[in-house]
Design a protein around this ligand. Structure first.
Ligand SMILES: [Zn+2]
Length: 322
């Protein structure tokens, strides 16, 4: 439960019962939301005006539907979570992709306050993104705009979880670093990773980062490649969108700090167009791991009472080119 100033006053959490199918996941969301409201201070609970949902993508934000997220199993397809929450709790519910909700949070309370043109990137297990232009999220006609993790960095590069090749997420995400760590350990390329007291199957991105700090050449090469891929993506973002800020969140970005952002600033200065390169600031996100929870507040207040978010996906028209 979030107050209008962004203060988080109560929370509840559950494991996602993805193995039990979509109905169980929806039921768990409903009972968790009810529990969070019951835990709020007595004057706050009854004053809650709406429910904001931050979901793994892809989603249809106009209908409040989660399409087919890769990590929730094959049965999870076109799940109308917002409508289920509305009818169970009798409050309007709004849903968007997690990176979009995080961008709204940073705009309202964090590193992009007062900034109408920015790109939000999260570098974590996966790599997500969101585009805010003219003070509004850019959704595109399908609601999928801003999937920065799937920019192609390397034409014939490693296979991405989405099926594509050489995407940023396939090179620089935590999942990609862990995959490369396992392969390197199996091939005997890294004395550091081989010496860890964990099975190769549970090596993580954090192990690679620690290996670099311990002087392991293989780990240093992987980290440098990830930073370079991120830097190249940022330089392309600057040329494509002319953002005033690139706000970078996620656990890997938080752990790496300027080791990740510095090369991005250098690559922008070296290769992006001069005017946007001089303007843009690459800054760390301000809100930490609760960013998507806090983003529920601006998500609800921006859409409450606006029929555009209640009637479904905008109809294709000649104007939109569809
Ligand atoms: Zn991809």
């Amino acid at each position: 439960v979030i107050l209008p100033d962004g203060e988080l006053v109560s929370r509840a959490a559950r494991e996602t019962p993805s193995r039990d199918g979509p109905d169980a996941v929806v039921a768990a969301c409903i009972s968790t939301a009810i529990e969070a409201r019951e835990r709020a201070p007595s004057e706050v609970g009854p004053a809650v005006v709406g429910i904001g949902v931050s979901s793994a993508g892809p989603v249809d934000p106009w209908r409040g539907v989660i399409a087919d997220p890769p990590n929730l199993g094959p049965d999870f397809h076109d799940v109308a979570l917002a409508a289920a929450l509305e009818s169970a709790i009798s409050l309007p519910a709004y849903l968007d992709r997690d990176a979009n909700v995080a961008a709204l949070a940073e705009a309202a309370f964090g590193a992009s306050r007062g900034c109408d043109h920015f790109v939000y990137v999260t570098v974590s297990t996966g790599i997500g993104g969101a585009i805010v232009t003219g003070g509004q999220l850019l959704h595109g006609p399908d609601g999928s705009a801003g999937e920065i993790g799937h920019l192609t960095i390397e034409m014939d590069g490693p296979t991405c979880g989405c099926g594509g090749s050489g995407h940023l997420e396939a090179i620089a995400s935590g999942t990609a670093l862990a995959r490369d760590a396992r392969a390197g350990a199996a091939a005997g390329l890294s004395p550091y990773l081989a010496g860890l007291a964990v099975p190769a199957s549970s090596l993580s991105a954090a192990d690679v980062a620690q290996g670099e700090d311990a002087g392991d050449r293989f780990c240093a090469t992987l980290m440098a490649r990830a930073r370079r891929a991120f830097a190249i993506a940022c330089a392309s973002i600057v040329d494509l969108l002319d953002p005033a800020r690139i706000v970078v969140g996620g656990s890997i970005a938080a752990a790496q700090g300027d080791r990740l952002l510095g090369p991005a600033r250098d690559e922008i200065a070296r290769s992006s167009f001069r005017a946007p390169a001089a303007r843009v600031r690459v800054v760390p996100a301000a809100l930490g791991p609760d960013v998507s929870l806090v983003g529920a507040q601006p998500l609800v207040t921006a859409r409450l009472g606006d029929p555009a978010w209640r009637r479904g996906r905008p109809a294709p028209s000649a104007h939109s080119g569809a």
